[in-house]
Design a binder for this molecule. Structure first.
Ligand SMILES: Nc1ncnc2c1ncn2[C@@H]1O[C@H](COP(=O)(O)OP(=O)(O)OP(=O)(O)O)[C@@H](O)[C@H]1O
Ligand SMILES: [Mg+2]
Length: 239
């Protein structure tokens, strides 16, 4: 199985704070890999390091499709086919749904943009109904659909998602996870960061547990779900 993403011994500091302490993590073709951990463990920092958003890493290697991407500018990394849905969504609230989706495709304008938009609308019929509506007026769940849709419009080789279920009602969360599974079945590898560990481990193939900047456990999602430590710390009531 070939590796889409390969991180080796990644260290990162925010000033004096050693936020990532030797992270190693892989995503293979066709996999959903989840990174789970408590508040402040370093999940978002890991994604931001991969997409180049926090600048230079302290040490380590990040490879995407076999190519070194650490030290490369975010827009360049995105144009290589690495797409992400950030925490807090970051859609353009004053633009319509359709305009937001077109923004997703700006790095790769071409004749197949229309097909990709049809694909996104087939995943999220709700977005088609609202294609002329300003994104700022969408519900939280619809905004999350739009964030995922926009990431797909980039036609990436890997999608990274930071807590797609955050702040959404259980019924909507279920829908989002079904879509993640569907996108993956259609061939897209996914790196999924979640505090909703239960749901994440249900859709994922493999998982990594991060605690204060360190990977403390990695296994198949099924084994992690049955691991006593994981159950007690991440899958109990309130998780
Ligand atoms: N810009 C920053 N400057 C300094 N420290 C930061 C900065 N961003 C994050 N940190 C610190 O780095 C650590 C990891 O933060 P990060 O946002 O990666 O955690 P997380 O696992 O995504 O948490 P959450 O589940 O709450 O989103 C935290 O201790 C946080 O306070
Ligand atoms: Mg976070």
């Amino acid at each position: 199985m070939s590796k889409v993403l390969e991180i080796k011994d990644l260290n990162f500091h925010y000033g004096e704070i050693h936020a990532l302490k030797g992270i190693s993590l892989d995503v293979n073709e066709n996999e959903i890999v989840t990174l789970i951990g408590a508040n402040g463990a370093g999940k978002t920092t890991t994604l931001r390091a991969i997409s180049g958003l926090i600048g230079h890493i302290t040490s380590g290697e990040i490879r995407f499709m076999g190519e070194r991407i650490d030290g490369i500018k975010p827009h360049k990394i995105a144009s290589l086919g690495l797409s992400q849905c950030l925490e807090g969504r970051h859609i353009f609230t004053n633009l319509t749904v359709r305009e937001n989706l077109n923004m997703g495709a700006y790095l790769r304008k071409g004749p197949d943009v229309k097909n990709d938009m049809d694909y996104v609308y087939s995943l999220f019929p709700r977005l088609l109904e609202r294609e002329s509506q300003r994104a700022g007026t969408l519900s939280g769940g619809e905004q999350q659909m739009l964030a995922v849709g926009r990431a797909l419009m980039q036609k990436p080789s890997l999608i990274m998602m930071d807590e797609p279920s955050l702040g959404l009602a259980p019924i909507i969360i279920q829908g989002i996870f079904e879509i993640i599974k569907k996108i993956n079945n259609d061939g897209m590898p996914v790196l999924l960061v979640e505090q909703n560990s239960n749901a994440a481990l249900k859709v994922a193939d493999r998982g990594y547990v991060i605690e204060t900047g360190e990977i403390v456990l990695t296994d198949t999602a099924e084994k992690l779900r049955n691991n006593e430590e994981v159950k007690n710390s991440y899958l109990g009531a309130g998780h």
